[in-house]
Design a protein around this ligand. Structure first.
Ligand code: BV8
Ligand code: ZN
Length: 288
């Protein structure tokens, strides 16, 4: 049966759901000016990011890899959360969610590494400081592909990780974001001028999950997906696993799936609901 696009019916489903998970991708941050991977200005095409987002790519050319991640750090630093982030952050707040969907739990599982959902959660929690809404305890956000601003050590016997929003992260990388933006050739930055571990001095890497690497919090995610009776899929092409498989799992367990995307995406014809359009608008209608 083709998916429904009846928003009133979806809001009734939301009100009666008990364990809700959202799986988000780059489309959630598109309205904040963060380029998606596969879209028109997609990063995968312009910088062949699929090869860059791998341990092999980093090993082969840490200078180019760091310029790619420096460019994305600078873009994310200048970006602000948009209404799609805010709609999900508001729904994350117990005092707001209990009015829309009494007694429900909610967790946002994001594939994005830009940190915008965390910033949006912190902003919303600060607006509603009443009991039970403090950011750390109550807002369930899982950044399964890591964080752009985490910098981790490559030395096996160190593995130090720190949250670092310095701009530029090292002098040598300063300004290269403009070169990356225009796709000109990258200067070969010497290893010693790339980010180093502040504890042991070894070469550091971006704290994100590359292809072939194990995503974070998989056990927590599996438990949440197992229990979920509603899976909302937002702004993702649903092409990268294991994230792309969660909606199907919820449906196989008898739960419902609602897809919010600008265009058609992998497997959306199986969804119970499909809302085509910019999620910075459709999520506000659905969760507002
Ligand atoms: C794993 C962080 C094993 C880094 C990312 C062969 C070799 C090795 C692995 C594999 C292999 N074959 C398959 C695999 C598994 C692989 C995989 O799935 N590959 C794909 C390409 C087939 N997966 C992995 O390697 C994962 N790890 O499997 O480990 C393992 C597992 C368990 C236990 C032990 C070991 C790790 C994958 C993580 C890779 N890291 N990001 C970085 O960012 O640089 S992936 C990156 O792309 C994102 O994080 C995201 O996850 C992914 C997909 O991107 P999307 O978010 O969907 O964005 P996209 O541009 O594609 O789509 C945007 C969508 O938004 C579009 O649909 C568009 O229409 C929509 N949109 C745009 N604007 C809007 C909008 N929608 C609404 N409103 C708008 N305004
Ligand atoms: Zn170290």
């Amino acid at each position: 049966m083709a998916p429904s696009n009846n928003m009133d019916a979806f809001r009734e489903l939301l009100a009666s759901s008990r364990h809700i998970v959202a799986v988000a991708g780059a489309g959630l941050s598109a309205a904040s000016g963060i380029p998606t991977f596969r879209g028109a200005g997609g990063m995968w095409r312009k910088y062949n990011a699929i090869s860059l987002a791998t341990p092999e790519g980093f090993k082969a050319n840490p200078s180019l890899s760091w310029q790619f991640y420096h460019y994305r750090r600078e873009t994310a630093l200048r970006a602000q959360p948009n209404n799609a982030h805010r709609a999900l952050s508001a729904f994350s707040l117990p005092t707001i969610r209990q009015q829309i969907s009494p007694g429900s739990t909610f967790t946002l599982i994001t594939q994005n590494v830009d940190g915008l959902s965390q910033r949006s959660n912190d902003q919303i929690a600060a607006m509603f400081p009443e009991e039970g809404n403090t950011a750390d305890e109550k807002l369930q956000l899982i950044e399964m592909h890591g964080k752009l601003f985490d910098v981790s050590c490559t030395a096996k016997d160190c593995r130090h990780v720190e949250y670092n929003t310095k701009s530029p992260i090292t002098e040598a990388l300063g300004g290269t974001e403009l070169l990356v933006e225009h796709g000109t050739l990258d200067p070969d930055i010497p290893l010693e001028d790339l980010p180093r571990c502040s504890k042991c001095g070894s070469l550091a890497r971006p704290g994100v999950v590359w292809f072939g690497e194990r995503p974070f919090h998989l056990d927590d995610i599996d438990k949440l997906v197992e229990k979920a009776d509603l899976c909302v899929v937002v702004g993702t092409s649903s092409t990268v696993y294991p994230a792309a498989g969660y909606a199907m799992e919820v449906q196989e367990n008898g739960g419902k799936v609602a897809v919010f995307n600008l265009d058609r995406s992998e497997g959306d014809e199986e969804a119970d609901y499909l809302f085509l359009g910019p999620c910075e608008e459709t999520l506000v209608q659905a969760f507002g």
